[in-house]
Design a protein around this ligand. Structure first.
Ligand code: PEP
Ligand code: MN
Length: 360
């Protein structure tokens, strides 16, 4: 990966004045559905038309894709609208069929990226291709697995590479379908600044209302493009109904997004500053979320104390926490004074919560 600058050329060749846009349905359902959506995206900012043909589903018994017939529909899309096409491949046979049907962009899904065997099989089947290949992050938050996949593809002489950040699954329920864990993508971007980075807000959020905000964060973090699931009748889509937007909505989203350009020195400064501020915003949001979680547990402890009729304040436990946190803080370059201030405030909030519970 020494010459990673070459990785960007496919993206720069497009000479876009906006982020790269990949849009289209989660799944190809029927020929009419595929063509209707494509026609509505024809004269928009969309560069690549996506449609899943083979659908990896978490549980069996759901719609698993139309299969190879969908590739003919994508060919028809290209012929009729001029849009380049994109689909997911998950094994050697998929790759061969997609190449035979001249699909322009192939992506490897999050469930495939977790398996080095599968990524290697796909990399071998793609050897030397001039098609664009994008690797989604693995479902689990593991940067090396993601990097390892990129290395496998790169070693297979695939030069038009990129990555898609689609978030990470967790057992815990959050407002996201897949937690973004922005810091993982930012670290990848820092290591390979020339590897095009695309955000998939559809699979991160799982909800169409949240797509704009996540897309804006991605652009503030200097992402190169967006992949947004788009369907003419989202509510009746055969897969991922809640997260798909209409073509009209997609156009509106693209219009409303603030796009930063880095051309001269001034804008490079601004874009660096914007990038760092976006990182701070992400961390601040995480802080609030974490504090909220901490208070919820404090509430549960309050309930337990109430049931056993125990006092709210337990100084011994509190002094232990404080001592540990002062040492922990030192390791992270945080002063004792700061740790004391912040933990006193947190502790006071916990006491307030617990008192409320105990006194009904
Ligand atoms: C998809 O893009 O439709 C898809 C299945 O995504 P992921 O691999 O991110 O779950
Ligand atoms: Mn989907």
């Amino acid at each position: 990966m020494e010459n990673s600058k070459a990785l960007r050329t496919w993206l720069d060749d497009h000479q876009l004045d906006h982020p790269l846009v990949i849009a289209g349905p989660c799944s190809a359902e029927t020929e009419d559905q595929v063509l209707d959506i494509a026609r509505s995206l024809k004269d928009t900012d969309v560069n690549y038309y996506r449609a899943g043909i083979w659908k990896p589903r978490t549980r069996p018994g759901n719609f698993e894709g139309v299969g190879a017939i969908g590739l003919k529909w994508l060919q028809q899309v290209k012929k009729e609208t001029g849009l380049k096409t994109a689909t997911e491949v998950a094994n050697r046979v998929h790759v061969e069929l997609a190449l035979e049907h001249d699909v322009d962009m192939l992506w490897i899904g999050a469930r495939s990226t977790v398996s080095p065997f599968i990524v290697q099989e796909i990399a071998d089947a793609l050897k030397g291709t001039d098609k664009v290949v994008l690797l989604k992050n693995p479902v689990n938050p593991d940067l090396s697995l993601w990097l390892g996949g990129i290395e496998r593809l790169y070693k297979s002489d695939i030069s038009k590479l990129g990555v898609i950040h689609r978030g990470f699954s967790s057992y815990e329920k959050t407002k996201y379908r897949n937690i973004p864990e922005w810091q993982i993508a930012i670290e990848l971007q820092n290591r390979f600044p020339d590897l095009p980075l695309i955000c998939d807000p559809s699979h991160i959020t799982g909800k169409r209302d949240m797509i704009f905000d996540v897309s804006q964060t991605a652009l503030d973090l200097n992402y190169d493009g967006l992949m947004i699931e788009t369907h003419c009748d989202p509510d009746n889509a055969w897969s991922d109904a809640a997260q798909q937007v209409t073509p009209e909505k997609l156009v509106q989203i693209m219009k409303d997004l603030k796009i930063r350009k880095e051309t001269d020195e001034e804008s490079e400064y601004k874009s660096k500053l914007g990038n760092m501020r976006a990182q701070i915003d992400v961390i601040d949001n995480n802080l609030i979320e974490t504090l909220g979680k901490r208070m919820k547990i404090a509430d549960e402890i309050g309930q337990l104390k109430k049931n056993r009729n125990v006092a709210v304040l337990q100084s011994k436990r509190w002094n232990e926490i404080l001592g540990k946190m002062i040492l922990e803080g030192e390791d992270h370059g945080l002063s004792e004074e700061f740790i004391l201030k912040i933990f006193k405030a947190i502790h006071q909030e916990s006491i307030n919560h617990q008192e409320k519970i105990i006194n009904g």
